[in-house]
Design a protein. Structure first.
Length: 250
């Protein structure tokens, strides 16, 4: 941890949340690990099994879609079986209490929405939607036969999950909404992201530059802890966030 970041408890964090009127959250794969979705960079994570430069770039998908569908089908199987965990529900409850302006999520698993969160910025898209790379037509999941991958649109274009591959831009409205939240919040809750991937990883510094306090909940310190985090809450999100909410209500 850098000199400035201090460890806090769920009770301390509840007190901060009570005192701050404009709170936003930035979430990553770690918040969904307790829902059964492995993260990317922890031991045993997805990138250990599927080399990202071979499977997760738009170039790789265009060049060898059948191979990349190996990862996509695995992700689809895991994501469709996953359900929100207490950390997702805690953020939905904060929003319902009027204490959360919105969530910027790097996750594509739709679990924040499934937990009841309404203001979710899908910074990397959503794996429940499917889109044609050529005509951008949307394809409902139930119209697709995953035993016949690669999948092609009636225009002949390749169909892919509506998620951002490496080498693709962040959706314009997602970037606009995320920048707005980072620019206007006075407390940014970072949950379950290593902060390794840009441009999402510039948001905490941007928020701090606009006067926000930065709180990070991760299993262990990350590059964010060493550079921008003010308060660090170590541990599993699914266990800690019910504690935060219990303290908030007490
Ligand atoms: N509770 C809290 N944090 C957790 C938990 C948990 N139960 N389990 C893991 N973590 C932490 C890990 O310690 C790590 O710091 O979550 C973080 C996950 O980091 P990554 O695997 O790098 O995932 P993420 O930061 O979301 O990756 C960002 O990279 O590959 C791209 O597009 C992909 O959106 C993804 C982006």
């Amino acid at each position: 941890m850098n000199a400035s970041s201090q460890e806090i408890t769920p009770a301390d964090l509840a007190d901060l949340i009570r005192r701050k009127p404009r709170i936003a959250a930035l979430t990553g794969a770690g918040i969904s690990v307790e829902s059964g979705i492995p993260d990317f960079r922890s031991p045993g994570g997805l990138w250990e099994r599927f080399a990202p430069m071979e499977y997760a770039t738009i170039h790789a998908f265009r060049k060898n879609p059948a191979k990349v569908w190996g990862l996509l089908k695995e992700m689809d199987r895991i994501i469709t079986a996953a359900r929100p965990n207490p950390a997702h529900y805690a953020l939905a409850e904060l929003e319902a209490k009027g204490k959360l302006l919105g969530i910027i999520t790097q996750n594509v698993d739709n679990l924040h929405q499934a937990a009841g969160s309404k203001k979710v910025v899908e910074y990397h898209g959503n794996a429940h939607r499917f889109v044609c790379l050529n005509c951008h037509g949307q394809h409902p999941r139930e119209s697709l036969d995953f035993s016949q991958v690669p999948l092609y649109c009636y225009c002949g274009g390749l169909i892919k999950p509506d998620v951002v591959f490496f080498g693709e831009p962040i959706p314009r409205e997602g970037k606009r909404d995320a920048d707005h939240l980072a620019a206007t919040c006075d407390l940014l809750l970072i949950i379950g992201t290593s902060g390794e991937v840009s441009p999402a990883n510039y948001l905490p510094g941007f928020a701090q530059g606009n006067g926000a306090l930065i709180v990070e909940n991760n299993l262990e310190p990350t590059r964010l802890t060493r550079t921008v985090t003010d308060y660090f809450l170590p541990g599993k999100a699914g266990e800690l966030w019910p504690e935060v909410m219990k303290n908030l209500d007490s």
